[in-house]
Design a protein around this ligand. Structure first.
Ligand code: NAD
Length: 433
C-alpha cells in the first residue's frame, strides 16, 4: 500500500498521459511475447485446456492494448451555466485501487480490471486467488520490465480471509474492485462501506439461453454447447440455463444430446473440451447438484466422457445436459460453476421473460430468434448486464461494458465505460464576471 501510494504521488502520477499509455502498450506487447509461457502457467495452475489458456493470455494483452489508448483521451467537459461563470469538469484518478481476483480466469480478469484502473491514472494493489496466482506474479515481473514505475502495480498473494480481507479493510484504498462469489462480495462491500470506499462487484450468474421456435439451430447449437463447456463451466457468464420454445424443445434437446455425447474431458495439456475443476470442494459442489437432480428423477439427456488419460483422483466431471428442470429447483436457480446445462421448455414470449428473470442473478443472456421486433423486446425485458442476440459471448469482447444486476453485482468493467468507475468527476466553477 505504501509503495502504491508513493507511485501514485510520484513517478506514475507525474507521467504524462501519453507516456502512461505507452507503458501500458509495452506491457501488452510483453504479454503477447510471453503468451505461450503464460498460457502454460495458467493451464497448469487452473487445469484449463491449453487453447483456453492461450485465449486468456491473448485477451489479457488485448485489455492492455485497448486501455493503452485511453489515458490521453479521457477528458472532462465544459458546462453552460450562468453568464459570468465558466464551469469545467475533470476526470481525476481515485488514487490507490484494490483488486481481488478469482481463480477461474486470472489473466483475463486481471487485464480487464487493472488495465482500466491504470489507464485512469491509479496505482493498483492486486490480490489474486489462492488457487491460481502464478500467471499474475509473472505478469507483474513483465510490468516491471515494461517500464511501469516501481509501486504502480503490486501483486500480493495470500488467503482471502487474511490478505483479501486486509485489502478490503485497508484505510488507504480509494476503490475496491471485487470479482468472485456473491457471499464474499457482500463481506468485501460491508468492509468498504465502513469507510465509504466505492466498490465494483462482479459476482455470479445463471445465464439463460432463450431459443425461440424460429431460431437457426445450426448456428445456435455449437454456441450453446461452448457457453456451458468453456472453462468446464467455471465461468460467471456461462450460459447455464436453456429455455426453449416448446415446438422445437425435443428437436433441440436431441441434437444437443449428440453434441454433449461427443465432449471429452481430460488433463489441461491434453487440450480436450474441458479440463478438471479447480479443487476438490468445487467437484463436490457440482456432484451435489447432479445428485439432487438424480434424486428428483430429472432426466439426463446427454453426457460427455472423461478420457482415459485423466487420473482417477483428479477433479473431473463429465459435461451433463439435464432436461425438464423445474424453474423452482436449485439446479434452475443457483450457480453450479460446472459444465451442467439445465433445460426447460417455455410457451410464449411472456413465459420466456418470466423464466429468464426468475433467478436472483442478472449478468448475461442469449436470445435466439430471427424476429427483429422480438429481438429488441427481449433485449429490453431481460434483466442482464449484457444481452446477446443470435450469438453469445461468455466473457468475450474487451470493448463491451460488462457487469450485473441483483446478485450478479454492480458497477461496470470493460470498455471505455469502466474508466468512469475508476475516476471521480470534479466540477470546477469559476466566477469571472
Ligand atoms: P471467492 O469469493 O471465494 O474468491 C474470490 C476472491 O476473493 C479470491 O481472491 C479469494 O481469495 C478472495 N476472498 C475470499 N474470501 C475473502 C474474504 N473474506 N475477504 C476478502 N477476499 C476474500 O470466489 P471463488 O469461489 O474463488 O470464485 C467463484 C465465484 O466467482 C463464482 O460465484 C463466480 O460466478 C464468481 N465470478 C464472477 C465473475 C464476474 O466477472 N462476474 C468472474 C469470475 C468469477
Amino acid at each position: 500500500m505504501r509503495a502504491a501510494r508513493a507511485a501514485f504521488d510520484g513517478a506514475w502520477g507525474k507521467l504524462a498521459p501519453v507516456e502512461k499509455g505507452r507503458r501500458l502498450m509495452a506491457l501488452s506487447r510483453a504479454i503477447l511475447d510471453h503468451a505461450d509461457e503464460l498460457a502454460w502457467i495458467e493451464a497448469r495452475d487452473c487445469g484449463k485446456p491449453m487453447k483456453q489458456a492461450r485465449a486468456d493470455a491473448a485477451a489479457c494483452a488485448r485489455y492492455f492494448e485497448f486501455y493503452a489508448g485511453a489515458p490521453d483521451k479521457l477528458h472532462g467537459d465544459t458546462i453552460p451555466y450562468t453568464p459570468g461563470y465558466t464551469v469545467l469538469t475533470w476526470r481525476e484518478p481515485l488514487g490507490v485501487t484494490g483488486h481481488i481476483i478469482p481463480w477461474n480466469y486470472p489473466m483475463q480478469i486481471f487485464g480487464r480490471s487493472i488495465g482500466g484502473a491504470l489507464a485512469a491514472g491509479n496505482a493498483c494493489v492486486v490480490k489474486p486467488a489462492e488457487d491460481a496466482c502464478l500467471s499474475l506474479l509473472r505478469i507483474a515481473e513483465l510490468a516491471s520490465e515494461s517500464g511501469l514505475p516501481d509501486g504502480t502495480l503490486n501483486v500480493v498473494t495470500g488467503l482471502g480471509r487474511e490478505a483479501g480481507i486486509a485489502l478490503a479493510q485497508h484505510p488507504g484504498i480509494d476503490h475496491l474492485s471485487f470479482t468472485g462469489s456473491p457471499a464474499t462480495g457482500t463481506l468485501v462491500a460491508q468492509e468498504a462501506a465502513k469507510r465509504h470506499c466505492p466498490v465494483t462487484l462482479e459476482l455470479g450468474g445463471k445465464g439463460p439461453q432463450i431459443v425461440f421456435a424460429d431460431a437457426d439451430l445450426d448456428a445456435a447449437i455449437p454456441v450453446i454447447v461452448n457457453a456451458i463447456v468453456q472453462n468446464a463451466g467455471q465461468t460467471c457468464s456461462a450460459g447455464s440455463r436453456l429455455l426453449v420454445e416448446r415446438p422445437r424443445y425435443e428437436e433441440l434437446l436431441e441434437r444437443l444430446a449428440k453434441a454433449f455425447g461427443a465432449l471429452r474431458v481430460g488433463p489441461a495439456l491434453d487440450d480436450l473440451d474441458c479440463g478438471p475443476l479447480i479443487r476438490a470442494s468445487q467437484l463436490e459442489r457440482v456432484r451435489g447438484f447432479l445428485a439432487d437432480a438424480s434424486r428428483d428423477k430429472l432426466p439426463v439427456a446427454g453426457q460427455g466422457a472423461i478420457a482415459a488419460t485423466a487420473p482417477a483422483s483428479g477433479y473431473y466431471v463429465a459435461p451433463t445436459l439435464v432436461r425438464d428442470v423445474p424453474p423452482s429447483s436449485r439446479l434452475a436457480r443457483e450457480e453450479v460453476f460446472g459444465p451442467v446445462l439445465a433445460a426447460m421448455p417455455f410457451d410464449d414470449e411472456a413465459h420466456a421473460v418470466k423464466l429468464a428473470n426468475g433467478t436472483d442473478f442478472g449478468l448475461v443472456a442469449g436470445v435466439w430468434t430471427r424476429d427483429g421486433g422480438r429481438q429488441l423486446r427481449m433485449a429490453r425485458a431481460v434483466r442482464a448486464g449484457q444481452v446477446f442476440i443470435n450469438n453469445y459471448g461468455a466473457g468475450g469482447g474487451v470493448e463491451l461494458p460488462f457487469g450485473g444486476f441483483g446478485h450478479s453485482g454492480h458497477g461496470r468493467e470493460k470498455g471505455f465505460e469502466a474508466l468512469h468507475g475508476f475516476t471521480a468527476l470534479k466540477t470546477v466553477v469559476l466566477q469571472h464576471g
